[in-house]
Design a protein around this ligand. Structure first.
Ligand code: GDP
Ligand code: ZN
Length: 305
């Protein structure tokens, strides 16, 4: 090819993704519309890419994806791995007294962070409402999970959360109604307009749902807001990885008699001994068993025999 696109290609960050349409942030901070050159190039929000400008300044073509430092993936309906967001450095799990917390879902989301090698940040929002289940909060206090308490409506606790996020690229997870949108709007007053370049780029004159978007925090750091990420089950490659989602179970498992112990019915299982002794919370162990069963089903879907 006669064109020397190599020379003109620049590094950029994907700040929103909708199908093959993207919004890129260039190094000078400008946000421009872009698309992929090849359909097979699966670009997701958070990707670092090389791109070249086409005729117009607002028409960029993505050529290649830089290596990712993390991939947040879910399991699709066929049991396959679907990457949702790339290059996260933190996961924020939002919980609240109302709606009634689904603690198994929270365990799964917190566990997703551990599976990615990230430290979860648990945000208890709606601090103006009384926490409904203090016993569970005590369980979390014993785990390597950072905790923040916020009130998205009054702004209580938001300054320290914003300070904590200054150097992170974090996704917001949590069940519907806990206040994720409220938190985002309180942290970033312009969050609702943050997808301008994307909206302009869509030919269809109707509203389209952005799959994921990255929002700059005023004091530094970024939040990736993705509807499909807000409430999901992590993709787990193998049964042995399930325990990675539960650090206290993983730690105890070093003392199990069998190295491939699944901590369900094997003899001399240090995890079950820990549950009996009260050093591992029964509720967390039940979450482990539940995630184990679900993962087993998904893996069998993936490799039919
Ligand atoms: P999302 O589904 O997680 O995005 O939740 P929303 O942000 O839509 O919030 C759900 C409801 O909770 C809305 O009516 C909010 O006004 C309310 N809400 C959000 N944060 C707080 C809070 O800190 N305290 C109280 N009392 N209500 C809140
Ligand atoms: Zn065991």
């Amino acid at each position: 090819m006669a064109d020397n696109s190599e020379d003109r290609s620049v590094l950029a960050t994907v700040t929103a993704a909708y199908g093959r349409r993207m919004e890129l942030e260039l190094n000078d901070g400008r946000r421009v519309a872009a698309r992929t050159r090849r359909r097979r190039l699966r670009v997701v929000c958070g990707d670092r890419v090389t791109a070249v400008s086409q005729s117009g300044d607002d028409d960029w073509i993505i050529d290649a994806i830089e290596p990712r430092c993390s991939e947040l993936a879910r399991t699709d309906s066929r049991g396959r791995r679907e990457i949702l967001v790339a290059n996260l450095t933190a996961l924020i799990v939002v919980a609240a007294p109302r709606p009634k917390p689904d603690w198994y879902m929270i365990d799964r989301m917190v566990g997703t962070a551990f599976l990615l090698g990230l430290r979860p940040i648990l945000v208890f929002n709606k601090s103006d409402l009384v926490a409904s289940d203090d016993a569970v909060l005590t369980e979390y206090a014993a785990l390597p999970i950072e905790r923040f308490t916020t009130n998205a409506l009054s702004g209580d606790g938001l300054a320290s959360l914003a300070r904590r996020l200054r150097t992170e690229v974090a996704a917001l997870l949590g069940q519907s109604g806990v206040g994720k949108s409220s938190l985002l709007n309180a942290l970033v007053p312009s969050a609702s307009e943050a997808t301008g370049a994307m909206n302009e780029s869509t030919d269809e004159g109707r509203h389209t749902t952005v799959a994921a978007r990255q929002i700059q925090l005023p004091k530094g750091g970024r939040i990736i807001d993705a509807p499909g990420v807000r409430d999901f089950a992590p993709h787990i490659e193998s049964m042995a990885r399930v325990a990675v989602a539960f650090p206290e179970i993983l730690a105890a498992s070093a003392a199990c008699r069998f190295t491939d112990c699944t901590h369900r019915s094997e003899p001399a299982c240090a995890v079950r001994a820990g549950v009996d002794a009260g050093t591992i919370a029964e509720r967390r162990y039940a979450s482990y068993r539940r995630l184990f069963v679900i993962t087993d089903q998904l893996i069998n879907k993936r490799q039919p025999h």
